[in-house]
Design a protein around this ligand. Structure first.
Ligand SMILES: *Cc1c(COP(=O)(O)O)cnc(C)c1O
Length: 406
């Protein structure tokens, strides 16, 4: 794993750094990860105040302990974990948090440990085999909340989660009835795919939930709409999150569930995308290609492998007057795959030695870094300026110099 200095220690080392431009002035040789606790806190408060149910954070999106603490301090009490390592991480970091083990295919040993050593009572499943595994690993526990994951479409999302998990319509009835027999509370959950670009994704999935409940004629205590809540990226600007919340609320209210049924969500990306960015240095320019010092094996996995576009800005003082042109990036490793097609719009005179901030990397980017070929960020700094885009700051309040128009 990557070596991290503590964010706090580095903030002291850069005690005068309050924004990305200050850090670029110190001419760092390696990429620097910037974190913005205020942005994650704002996102968490938005969800805890406005989502019409319980928001649990999907830890895989960014498992940083500093971030977990920020979310907890901002009112997020429940955490969606997918592995025993995530269970241990959250238990250690936030001993009072409630953990929900929402991976539908788990190791029996992981279920056993989660239940007996970490107090986990909520599990998801999408097959009879998994149900039997949970019953056996918990020795027939009678205090379980079991959420049956149903298969729904990912058509309205940028990243599909439709093929791997979720019980198919033809098998849902039997699984719901069997799970009802052993569960203290029965839930239905789904995931519409990551970066869902329309609230309709949830409306359609809720119709599948309705059909499943009607067909199985079971009492359902929890409806969990999963993750998929979008963030804002160039060319992928979603409608306001309030519209998603309204759509989900309306659909939930009309479901045939018990009067006391609870509504849950598992946002990952939406809670942490704005939390971090990186500052990279241009080591070489070749035409419209910039060789930068982070890439596909660093924080830019999605930019390389699924062509995701992230906002960029040149950190130069005085500012360049050149018109923006479109660049692609090469990362620092020896591998041709280490290429980010973009396009990334930067001033035409961008050159070797310049520093660039690449924004909105708090979700997945930070989590998937490796140290392949000896490259990557080993420094993390807390900054107080605004992220390069935000779903939580009304446009008219954002400082114009720092917000990239998408
Ligand atoms: C990945 C994942 C999430 C988070 O998804 P986002 O699109 O980041 O919100 C939530 N729930 C489950 C089960 C997941 O696998």
């Amino acid at each position: 794993m990557h070596k991290h200095h503590s964010a706090l220690g580095l903030a002291t080392a850069h005690s005068t750094a309050t924004d990305a431009v200050d850090i670029a002035k110190s001419a760092p040789v390696n990429p620097v990860t910037l974190v913005r606790p205020h942005a994650a806190s704002r996102a968490a408060r938005f969800f805890t105040e406005k989502f019409p149910g319980r928001s649990m954070y999907a830890v895989k999106a960014n498992p940083s302990r500093e971030l977990l603490q920020v979310l907890w301090d901002s009112g997020v009490t429940h955490y969606d974990v997918a592995s025993i390592a995530e269970v241990r991480l959250v238990s250690r970091t936030l001993p009072e948090a409630t953990l929900c083990f929402m991976h539908p295919v788990k190791a029996e040993e992981a279920i056993h440990q989660a239940y007996f050593e970490h107090g986990v009572r909520v599990f998801s499943l999408d097959s009879m085999e998994e149900l039997e595994k949970i019953v056996s690993a918990t020795r027939g526990a009678e205090d379980l909340t079991l959420c049956v994951r149903i298969r729904v479409s990912s058509d309205l999302s940028k990243l599909s989660l439709a093929s791997k998990f979720g019980v198919a319509p033809g098998e849902t009835k039997d699984l719901l009835m069997a799970t009802r027999q052993v569960a203290d509370a029965l839930g239905i959950c789904f995931h519409v795919g990551s970066q869902a670009m329309s609230p309709d994704a949830y409306a359609q999935a809720m119709e599948r939930v309705r059909a499943a409940i009607v067909e199985a004629a079971v009492t359902v205590d929890v409806v969990d709409v999963g993750g998929g809540f979008p963030s804002s990226y160039p060319g992928m600007e979603p409608p306001p999150l309030e519209l998603y919340f309204e759509t989900i609320h309306r659909a939930f209210e009309s479901l045939p569930v018990s009067y006391s049924a609870e509504l849950w969500a598992e946002p990952g990306r939406a809670l942490c995308a704005e939390y971090s960015s990186i500052i990279v240095r241009v080591e070489r320019r070749r035409g419209d290609e910039l060789y930068i010092n982070d890439g596909a094996y660093g924080a830019l996995f999605d930019a390389a492998h699924i062509g995701w576009r992230f906002p960029v800005r040149l950190l130069r003082e005085p500012e360049s007057n050149a018109k923006d042109v479109e660049f692609s990036f090469y990362g620092p490793t020896c591998d041709d795959l280490d290429h980010m097609a973009g396009p990334f719009a930067l001033p035409a005179d961008t050159r070797a030695g310049d520093y660039i901030e690449i924004g909105m990397l708090g979700a997945y980017g930070s989590a998937m870094r490796t140290a392949f070929n000896g490259f990557g960020s080993d420094e993390t700094v807390i900054v107080e300026d605004e992220p390069m885009a935000s779903l939580y700051v009304p446009a008219e309040q954002a400082p114009a110099s720092n917000v990239v128009k998408l």
